[in-house]
Design a protein around this ligand. Structure first.
Ligand SMILES: N[C@@H](CCC(=O)N[C@@H](CS)C(=O)NCC(=O)O)C(=O)O
Length: 240
């Protein structure tokens, strides 16, 4: 987790900071939105979701993996947000881990609560799970046969994961997502979690929600009286 000691300069594309990820990964959207907002010129490498061959070197099993232009490797989305903010795209715009308890709290919320809440909704029925996997397999790097397998098998597996995520919450998935958005938006002060400008937690939570655009549950985000307008503000300023 975090910044790695060994430089991996051979993983840098075009001498630019390089993001290894999946197009549909919620945790990758966190990083993309921050990189865009800070105007960082970066490259993306699309990782094959079945083999993850493109990150076999990384000694880390999930995406995103970030490699700075000097070969510095950073693992885990929240750690990458801090690294990018501290090192790239001009002055730092928000506090580092441990310096702002509120930001730390909402960064953790993005992974521990919001990400799990959206999975419970997106994969809340077999039909929605199949629709999500149809989308995922149409945009990710799959061969036609892999895509077919991943769509149907993935829909079953993800439906089971959706069910297990739903069990983590007292409310039904849709009501739970709305309640989590109530909680999140209660912390806007007034426009963003960070105040009048976004902080790391805004990008973390926005990124998670951004990955649901076009999928089951996105209407709950869009129509939420406070989270909807905040989502649109985040989308506009990050141009994602
Ligand atoms: N805590 C990690 C979670 C990342 C994560 O779960 N990524 C998923 C894609 S959305 C992944 O790579 N899953 C494949 C695997 O874990 O094998 C982060 O924030 O970066």
């Amino acid at each position: 987790m975090g910044v790695q000691e060994t430089r991996v300069t051979e993983r840098v594309v075009d001498n630019k900071p390089t993001l290894y990820g999946f197009e549909t990964c919620p945790f990758c959207w966190k990083v993309r939105s921050l990189l865009n907002w800070k105007g960082v010129d970066y490259r993306s490498v699309e990782v094959d979701p079945m083999t993850k061959a493109e990150i076999r070197w990384a000694n880390w099993k999930s995406v995103p993996v970030f490699v700075d232009a000097d070969g510095t490797q950073v693992n885990d989305s929240n750690a990458i947000l801090h690294y990018v903010d501290e090192r790239l795209g001009g002055p730092a715009r928000f506090a580092r881990a441990g310096e702002n308890a509120e930001q730390d709290r909402w960064l953790a919320f993005s992974d521990q609560t919001l990400a799990k809440s959206i999975v419970a909704v997106v994969y809340g029925t077999f039909r929605s799970s199949l629709a999500a996997m149809a989308y995922v397999t149409s945009v990710e790097r799959f061969s036609p046969w892999q895509a077919f397998k991943a769509k149907w098998l993935g829909a079953v597996v993800m439906r089971l994961i959706g069910r297990s995520r739903a069990k983590m919450f007292d409310l039904a998935p849709e009501a739970n997502l709305a309640a989590q958005l109530d909680l999140l938006s209660g912390a806007f002060s007034p426009d963003f979690l960070g105040g009048s400008a976004p902080d790391g937690a805004d990008f973390a939570n926005y990124g998670i929600l951004r990955s649901t655009q076009g999928l089951r549950g996105f209407d709950i985000v869009e129509s939420h009286p406070a989270a909807g307008p905040w989502y649109r503000r985040m989308q506009e300023l990050s141009a994602t």
